[in-house]
Every structure is written in structure tokens, then in C-alpha cells.
Ligand binder design. Structure first.
Ligand code: GAL
Length: 445
């Protein structure tokens, strides 16, 4: 039985978003916080790696900051067969000697939750068994093993005996080097069988939607709530149907750990903010904090915008090696408070593009000026997307949440926690290349 407060929350949320996937106990109402194996380990996932992450999450205080999911991505199973009797996917005995249930028990013992991965096709992106046609048996196995989260990818989609591929693709061109989309056609280069969709095409009629709904229904038939995270890369119009199918949905191809790709994904997502609210979140992909050649300034910007967009925040680095500066970024109090706000479901949205005229699609220069409401006040972000040190300036009267509310406001800095006191007119900040000024603007004064 639900506690009465949870029941109230559920009822309220049902009224707030009548068409969203609502799981018991509030699971999926807010963006998921956790860790995923892919960006750090790719196919070298194992219980050992997951437990290093889980223990580090506890020790570094990330669990106390709200990071709760420890997720295995692709490559956790035996590659070329299912169990001949149960038809279940078989956990790789070398990587998971105690089975997935054994790993899940150890993760649960730390007060954390475990996630797993499959695909809405015959094989995962790395060629392991996947769940199309096996949704019921796989969902039941995941529930039985103690799984709390499923990331569901879009690889291995068969063309025969039934053609599960879609005639059209819907995507914006990007420079993702993810080559795993062969079955969907690569964005920007439609194949002979796969064309860009006509305007106003109803993506709810797509086979992709059907494939993802099949796993939703199988998960819903389990008694265990399993957060359902869709990963169709935005190629089948997921913004128009994701909310009724899953709790979050990837909007783009894969992230990579360098600034140009982070900026490119931010640019795309700036056009999608309307789709996010309680129970359903655009997923800008897993964090690259701690990876590649991101500078500290770029890391700050990456985290600030992912948190402000209310993307799920899944750490994707080897926590054993993470610098203390990066740990502090991941634990940033104000940004996590914004991302996890229990009262305000809307993400921050751009109010001015900056370098470009408003609503310009530019992978190198996304919208620079963003704001959003949360219980702590108004979050304001100003990005320097240029390659040199530059000043960014805003006036209070151009920020939608502050317009007409006064000429001076109480301001504090998100990064340093410094209180600026009562600030009149607006704010200027000199920013390193690709850095972001982040402010919490409070009451007028
Ligand atoms: C991609 C997905 C990545 C990762 C990878 C695993 O399709 O977008 O996030 O899961 O597959 O093979």
C-alpha cells in the first residue's frame, strides 16, 4: 500500500500530465540521478566496475546528493544465446559471477538501485541478445533480478521476417560518430529505404513507437517499478510520444567527451525544452564529467546545462579517478536542487541566444542565456560559447521570471556559493572560453 503522501503525489501528478507514464512510489517523476558504465568502460562492464562506482558514490557523498542508480549499459550478457529452457538472456559469468541478481543485491545493500540495458531489436548495439519479441520474458527476468531501471536502445531492428524498421527518420543532422544506427539509417543521409519524414508526419504511428510500447507494457505487468529510459536517439519523433511510453527519452545521438559535441547536443536540446516536465524528461545523454579533454570551465557548463534542462544526470566516468573539482561540480547544491525540484517541473529555457539571433540552429553557438524557476528562486545561466575570454551581460528586465518584479534582486553565485547581496539592474560576468556564469536570483530588494 502506498503511503498517503505518495498517493497524493500520484494523484496530483496524474492531473498535471494526463498522458505521462506514472510509476508507483514516485519513481520517474524527477530526472534520474546515478551512474552508467558506458562512457567510462564501454564493453568492459562487470560487477567489479559497478561496485567500484557504487562504493565511490557512497564515499564521495554522491549518494547523499541524490545519485542513486548504478546502471550496467551494453555487453553484460553472454553474446550468442539465450537460456534454452527459460529463454532468458544469460548474464556473462565472467563479468557477473553472481548473476545480475547477485550484483543487484550488493548494490541494494548500499542503499542504491540497479539499472540494466537492452534494445528494441534482435541485438544490442554491441551485438548482444536484445528484447524485441522477448519483452515479457526479459521484463520478468529484470524484475526477478531486482532491476530498478531499464535503458532501452534502438539497435538490431530486423527487416525480416517482419520489417520493424520505419520508412522515415526524424532527426537533425549531427556529427555523432556513433555508427550503430545502421538499421535506422544515419541522420542526414537517408538510405534507399529510409527517408526524412514529411512535415506533420504522425510519429505515434511509427513502428519504433510500437516497439517501445511493447516493452513498456511488459514492464508495467511486473510488480516491481522499473524506470523506463528510452534511447531511440530522436530518430523517430520521440518528443511527440515519449511521455506516454517512458520516463525519459534520449533526444540525440551519442555524447562524446569534448566541447564541440557537448555544445552540439546543447544546441539541439535548446529546441526541445517544451517536451520536459514531471514524469517525462528529455535525456541529453550521459555525463562526460571527468572524461576526455573537457576543461574545468567546459565541465561546469556541461553539468550546469544538463541539470538546468532537467536531463537525467548519469555520471559516466571512472569514479576511482575523479578529481575533487569534478566531484564538487557533480554535487553542486543549487544545480541539483533545480534539477530535482519537487514543485517546479519545467526545465530552464533560453531567453536569448547571444552570439546568434534567437532560435538560430548553430552547433558551435547554442543559446547562451537561460533561466528557470525553482523553489530556491530563479536560476540564470550565461554561457560564453566563444573561444576567447569574454563578458556576458544580462539585465533583470529581460528575464521572463523577473520581468516586472523589481529593479534589484538578491543574488548568489552557484559555483562559489558567494552571496552578492542586493544587485541592481542586471549582472555582468567575465568568462573563460566555454564557461558558464550561474546565478540564483532571489527576492527583489
Ligand atoms: C548506443 C547508445 C549508447 C550506448 C551504446 C551501447 O546506441 O546511444 O548510449 O548505450 O549504444 O552499445
Amino acid at each position: 500500500m502506498y503511503q498517503s503522501s505518495s498517493l497524493l503525489l500520484l494523484l496530483l501528478s496524474l492531473f498535471q500530465s494526463a498522458f505521462s507514464l506514472v510509476l508507483p512510489n514516485g519513481v520517474g517523476r524527477l530526472p534520474a540521478l546515478g551512474w552508467n558504465s558506458w562512457n567510462a568502460f564501454h564493453c568492459n562492464v562487470s560487477e567489479a566496475n559497478l561496485l567500484v562506482a557504487a562504493n565511490a558514490m557512497v564515499k564521495l557523498g554522491l549518494k547523499d546528493s541524490g545519485y542513486i542508480y548504478v546502471n550496467s549499459d551494453d555487453c553484460w550478457s553472454v553474446k550468442d544465446k539465450r537460456d534454452p529452457k527459460t529463454h532468458r538472456i544469460i548474464p556473462d559469468p565472467d563479468k557477473f559471477p553472481d548473476g545480475i541478481n547477485g550484483t543487484a543485491a550488493k548494490i541494494h545493500a548500499l542503499g542504491l538501485k540497479m539499472g540494466i540495458y537492452s534494445s528494441a531489436g534482435n541485438q544490442t548495439c554491441a551485438g548482444y541478445p536484445a528484447s524485441l519479441g522477448h519483452e515479457d520474458v526479459d521484463a520478468a527476468a529484470f524484475a526477478d533480478w531486482g532491476i530498478d531501471y531499464l535503458k532501452y536502445d534502438n539497435c538490431g531492428v530486423p527487416q525480416a521476417p517482419f520489417n520493424w524498421t520505419d520508412k522515415y527518420i526524424a532527426c537533425v543532422p549531427d556529427n555523432s560518430t556513433n555508427n550503430n544506427r545502421a538499421n535506422n539509417g544515419s541522420c542526414g543521409t537517408p538510405s534507399a529505404t529510409n527517408h526524412l519524414a514529411p512535415a506533420n508526419f504522425d510519429w505515434a504511428t511509427s513502428k519504433t513507437h510500437t516497439r517501445y510500447n511493447r516493452m513498456r507494457d511488459a514492464l508495467e505487468a511486473q510488480t516491481r517499478p522499473i524506470l523506463y529510459s528510452l534511447c531511440e536517439w530522436g530518430t523517430a519523433g520521440v518528443l511527440s510520444w515519449g511521455n506516454g511510453t517512458g520516463n525519459s527519452w534520449r533526444t540525440t545521438g551519442d555524447i562524446e567527451p569534448y566541447w564541440a559535441r557537448v555544445a552540439e547536443i546543447l544546441n539541439e536540446n535548446a529546441f526541445y525544452t517544451h517536451a520536459t516536465g514531471f514524469w517525462g524528461h528529455n535525456d541529453a545523454d550521459m555525463l562526460e564529467v571527468g572524461n576526455g579533454n573537457l576543461t574545468l570551465a567546459e565541465t561546469r557548463s556541461h553539468f550546469a546545462f544538463w541539470a538546468a534542462m532537467k536531463s537525467p544526470l548519469l555520471i559516466g566516468t571512472n569514479l576511482a579517478n575523479l578529481s575533487s573539482e569534478n566531484v564538487e561540480i557533480l554535487k553542486n547544491f543549487h544545480l541539483l536542487a533545480f534539477n530535482q525540484d519537487p514543485v517546479h517541473g519545467d526545465p530552464a529555457m533560453p531567453y536569448r541566444w547571444g552570439v546568434n539571433p534567437d532560435w538560430t540552429f548553430d552547433p558551435a553557438h547554442p543559446a547562451e542565456y537561460w533561466s528557470g524557476s525553482f523553489t530556491g528562486g530563479t536560476l540564470v545561466l550565461m554561457l560564453n560559447s566563444n573561444d576567447g575570454t569574454e563578458m556576458r551581460k544580462t539585465t533583470w528586465d529581460e528575464i521572463p521570471q523577473l520581468m516586472g518584479k523589481g529593479k534589484a534582486f538578491m543574488v548568489k553565485d552557484v559555483w562559489s556559493q558567494r552571496e552578492y547581496g542586493c544587485v541592481s539592474g542586471g549582472f555582468n560576468s567575465t568568462l573563460q572560453p566555454h564557461d558558464t556564469a550561474a546565478l540564483v536570483v532571489g527576492n527583489s530588494c
